[in-house]
Design a protein around this ligand. Structure first.
Ligand code: ZN
Length: 351
């Protein structure tokens, strides 16, 4: 993948491309933005572009270079990248793609954290000159998962990285990073992708049909990573279940509330399920309040949502939405799942 193939994130791509063209690359970047919007892909593409070494034609080489015993990769060291992009075809690009370039150092959380051992190993690797590339590249995904020890050890590297090193930290949670880390990096913001972009990628790169791509792009709310990993059938099942919950709760169906709360409380992905419930209510409120279905997330469910919201007052639907948000908040603070769900469903009903 080259920058020109990455859809969306135009601002981030422009900053990185310009830095390549001007030969003014920062020593540390922080890629910050929601999960699944292309931060990793952009980081790896930048790593490729930093080390890209397409073979020159004979005429491009100076006589001195042709006589020197150097590998084609080495002859390009220190030259700016004239394309501001990766070619995606040279040996260096291919090695980075396959994660076996000796100058690429990629770290991600192991067991939910990045430990000091990983940082130490990294530091010893980047203390050497680049093996075959122009730059040693460090990519740390989930940078907010570094343990305190790891961050403290890493700060020295971030402050004074060894020569020819470019560090890219990736996070979906910039506010969990220490200000001392953030202030040492050039921050590159990533935004949620437009639904149309996601749909296009799903059809082009993941071979979804038009209908499924359109539904997934709207449910994923700008997170391609989520759209791709979502199991379409499972999502539809969850949504049907979420719809049943809001209908039964609105009616104050006590049998449902006290029976199904037990089952729902056991869901491993309860917060994700509640997100689906909240989205349905948001759509119902939009349809009821704005009398339009242009902006709704679950476009394919508009008939069912209309049926549900017909005859309900907008404040009633908003009250249901608030009950879900409150429950999500309580669950984050480890409230009892079953009790919270029961309370939520009771709170969603009329008086
Ligand atoms: Zn290349």
């Amino acid at each position: 993948m080259s920058f020109k193939d990455i859809l969306g994130q135009d601002r981030a791509k422009r900053i990185l491309t310009n830095s390549l063209l001007r030969g003014a690359v920062s020593h540390a970047y922080l890629f910050s933005g929601p999960e699944g919007v292309g931060k990793r892909l952009t980081a790896f593409t930048f790593a490729k572009a930093l080390n890209c070494s397409p073979l020159e034609t004979h005429g491009d080489k100076s006589p001195l270079e042709t006589h020197r015993d150097k590998s084609p990769l080495e002859t390009h060291r220190d030259k700016p990248n004239r394309e501001g992009d990766s070619c995606d075809r040279c040996l260096s690009c291919k090695k980075i793609h396959a994660l076996n370039h000796p100058d690429l150092n990629f770290i991600e959380p192991d067991d939910e954290s990045i430990k000091i051992e990983a940082v130490r190993k990294l530091q010893s690797r980047i203390s050497l000159k680049p093996y075959e590339g122009k730059k040693k590249v460090v990519i740390i995904a989930g940078a907010e998962c570094m343990t305190d020890e790891a961050v403290n050890a890493f700060l020295k590297t971030l402050e004074e990285p060894p020569g020819e090193t470019v560090i890219m930290l990736i996070t979906a949670n910039q506010h969990s990073l220490l200000p001392t880390v953030v202030s040492r990096c050039q921050i590159i913001k990533f935004n949620a992708l437009a639904g149309d972009h996601i749909k296009e990628i799903l059809i082009k790169d993941y071979r979804f049909n038009e209908r499924d791509a359109s539904i997934l792009s709207s449910i994923s709310k700008g997170r391609l990573g989520r759209a791709v990993t979502m199991d379409y059938k499972a999502v539809c099942k969850e949504r049907d279940e979420a719809l049943k919950l809001i209908i039964s709760s609105a009616k104050g169906d006590m049998e449902y509330i006290f029976t199904d709360s037990k089952r729902l409380a056991k869901k491993e992905d309860l917060p994700d399920f509640l997100d689906i419930v909240a989205d349905l209510l948001r759509d119902a409120a939009a349809m009821r309040g704005a009398d339009t279905d242009d902006c709704i997330i679950n476009k394919d469910m508009k008939e069912k949502l209309r049926e549900f919201s017909d005859g309900l007052h907008l404040p009633f639907i908003i009250n249901m939405f608030d009950a879900v948000q409150k429950t999500k908040f309580l669950l984050k603070r480890n409230a009892n799942q079953q009790l919270s769900i029961e309370t939520m469903m009771l709170g969603m009903g009329g008086d």
